[in-house]
Write a protein that binds this ligand. Structure first.
Ligand SMILES: [Zn+2]
Length: 83
């Protein structure tokens, strides 16, 4: 359609992989939302009827999980990608 506009945009665009790398490197750790500890692996869970997702460390996960009927697992957050 507009070859000149497209090529000038491409010249300025940051490759998406590089952009994601920049963000990932800047945020190395997250803090547990229950005890406040910084960790490079946190677990996204639901704890109660509020239906809100919180990120907690493994210690807190093991404390709150047993017998919790509201417990729901929503994924794991890691600061370092392992291949
Ligand atoms: Zn914690």
């Amino acid at each position: 359609m507009l070859p000149s506009a497209v090529s000038s945009l491409a010249a300025f665009a940051v490759p998406i992989n590089e952009a994601i790398d920049l963000v990932v490197k800047r945020i190395r750790t997250k803090a547990c939302q229950r005890c406040g500890k910084n960790d490079d692996t946190l677990y996204r869970i639901r704890l109660d009827e509020s239906r809100l997702w919180v990120f907690v460390c493994l210690d807190c996960l093991e404390l709150v999980k047993p017998g919790n009927r509201h417990y729901q697992y929503g994924g794991t957050w890691k600061s370092k990608k392992r291949h």
